[in-house]
Ligand binder design. Structure first.
Ligand code: NCD
Length: 306
């Protein structure tokens, strides 16, 4: 047993062995994720879902993963239907659901919420996104997608594109890619550059990333464009968002002639043109599906089962 995590809070808590363990197990989960096989290793187990921020893929793929393993799911998809509206604090809610469920998945707009939750319950806690902080399970499915498409992660050349300031997916992913000696470039509007502290921490991991606001400067030398949405909800000033939105448009004309694939954690707003969807460049829907086998692997590793 290589997997060493009780909680999934930050990708920085993972060793490379932990990551490889999950990626290998995810591959074994794929037939059941596609309903070609039935599994029941988590039958009788319950996953508690506490979603204080909107979600489609993360929440539904966790639910799918739990059910594909024979388990079941409780929880809420928005705080408005929980007792938070009556004034119950987060700690009390987490403590209660921690008594009902065998593991918790939590998404919240405040950085540090998942770690806070993990400190007050005994069951495993999975961070499904904490503000602009981390989104470790997205990173695992991103890595899995790269491995499935390229047969390896090491040695790839990846451009992280879009909102590198507020985007939690890129904050997680950059640290994981550093572990696999992936060459990175950071492409963003000047106002949305990778935060200075993150750059500093990445440099401690040996990352020297080229920073630019011009996709054309890097497109012919990368294997992957990892595109992200400008995180409207995290802008303190809506006028600033309106000024920056639409900064990038990845369309098939831009991609033509380049040996590159496009990934995106989704949802997309206007940063990838629909004409990319059915080309060999567009891998984001395949990527979204891989959330199921990867989250199955995580749940099976975290929840004590028969
Ligand atoms: C991302 C998130 O919530 O951080 N979505 C996801 O989980 N696939 C990306 C985003 O919202 O832009």
């Amino acid at each position: 047993m290589v997997f060493n995590q009780k909680n999934i809070i930050s990708i920085r808590d993972f060793s490379k062995n932990d990551i490889n363990y999950i990626l290998n197990l995810a591959e074994k989960m794929e037939p059941a994720a596609k309903s070609e096989k039935t599994l029941d290793s988590l039958s009788g187990k319950i996953l508690g879902m506490l979603f204080y921020e909107p979600s489609t893929r993360t929440r539904l793929s966790f639910e799918t993963a739990m059910k594909r393993l024979g388990g079941s799911v409780i929880g809420f998809a928005e705080a408005g239907v929980s007792s938070a509206t009556k004034g119950e604090n987060l700690a009390d809610t987490v403590r209660m659901v921690g008594e009902y469920a065998d593991a918790l998945v939590i998404r919240h707009n405040m950085e540090g919420t998942a770690r806070f939750a993990a400190d007050i319950v005994d069951v495993p806690v999975i961070n499904a996104g904490d503000g602009a902080g981390q989104h470790p399970t997205q990173t695992l499915l991103d890595l899995y997608t790269m491995k499935r498409i390229f047969g390896k992660i090491r040695g790839l050349n990846v451009a992280l594109v879009g909102d590198l300031k507020y985007g939690r997916t890129v904050h997680s992913l950059a640290f994981a890619l550093a572990m696999f000696n992936v060459k990175m470039s950071f492409v963003s509007p000047k106002e949305l550059k990778m935060p200075r502290e993150t750059l500093h921490d990445l440099s401690q991991e040996g990352v020297v990333a080229e920073e630019t606001d011009e996709i054309n400067e890097i497109i012919n030398k990368v294997d992957i464009l990892y595109v992200t949405r400008i995180q409207k909800e995290r802008f303190p000033d809506p006028a600033e968002y309106s000024r920056i939105k639409g900064a990038y448009l990845i369309d098939s004309k831009l991609l033509e002639g380049n040996d590159v694939i496009v990934m995106h954690p989704l949802p997309r707003v206007d940063e990838i043109s629909y004409d990319v969807d059915d080309t060999p460049y567009g891998k984001y829907f395949e990527q979204a599906f891989y959330g199921v086998p990867v989250r199955m692997a995580l749940l099976k590793s975290l929840i004590k089962c028969k």
